[in-house]
Design a protein around this ligand. Structure first.
Ligand code: PGA
Length: 250
């Protein structure tokens, strides 16, 4: 049985003060949810503030990216040990904005994933096709490449704490969600691929999140799909009421 995971990615939003206010609201509406995990990924500068508010809560705190080294001359980066030192236990890796705007390639994303694993963080590896790739009927080939290259070198044991997020680029921040059928089709494909790369038991236990315009009014039908184990939420995670509705999906 896979435990649902509802993740909020705040992207480059919230000052530290905004983050304090938002996490306080989310903390209230997630208290008492025993059958699911909730995760928040604030901007780096607010990681400490958010985890200090959550010190006696089960909400998972994640960074939005992470370097593969523990320290060194990597201007602008944050290391896994720095994330852990402020109470973070997870990291989003390979988000399409990192791939598209900052030109991170599969090789770099794989280094980040292995770095996160090495230092004990739970990586959330994001994969997803662009509209052009979907229209050209290349969706499955693109996803297979991103998944295989992103997970290169990860062991079966590593997969015990690795999460995959399917985020079609054309659905991110556009208000255009994949239909539940489109999302389920891709999630089932990813799970089949995981069974090929690792083994069936591993594939059956890995959580696969859907991301791309998840909102209060579509979360229930997405979560009802057999291979959708959670959501990675952007825009709707910045509004406490919307995110609270999402994490309380039925
Ligand atoms: P969105 O973002 O919910 O605003 O579409 C999702 C994401 O980028 O993770």
């Amino acid at each position: 049985m896979r435990r649902p995971l509802l993740a909020g990615n705040w992207k480059m939003h919230t000052t530290v003060l905004d983050a304090y206010l938002l996490v306080a609201e989310i903390g209230k509406c997630s208290a008492g949810l025993k059958d699911r995990d909730v995760l928040l990924a604030p901007p780096y500068i607010a990681l400490h503030a958010v985890s200090s508010v959550l010190h006696d809560s089960d909400i998972i705190v994640a960074s939005q990216n992470v370097c593969w080294e523990e320290n060194g001359a990597f201007t602008g980066e944050i290391s896994p040990t720095m994330v852990k030192a402020v109470g973070g236990t997870a990291a989003i890796i390979g988000h399409s904005e990192r791939r598209q705007i900052f030109h991170e390639d599969d090789e770099m994303i794989n280094k980040r994933l292995r770095g996160a694993l090495k230092f004990g963080l739970m990586p959330i590896l994001c994969i997803g096709e662009t509209l052009e790739e979907r229209e050209g009927e290349n969706t499955f080939a693109i996803l297979e490449g991103q998944l295989r290259k992103g997970l290169a070198g990860a062991s079966s044991e590593d997969m015990g704490r690795t999460v995959i997020a399917y985020e079609p680029v054309w659905a991110i921040g556009t208000g255009k969600t994949a239909t539940k059928e489109q999302a389920q089709e891709v999630h089932a494909f990813i799970r089949k691929l995981l069974a090929e790369i690792f083994e069936k038991d591993i594939a059956d236990s890995v959580r696969i999140l859907y991301g791309g315009s998840v909102k209060p009014d579509n979360v229930d039908e997405l979560m009802a799909q057999p291979d959708i184990d959670g959501a990675l939420v952007g825009g709707a995670a910045l509004d406490a009421e919307s995110f609270c509705r999402i994490i309380n999906f039925t």
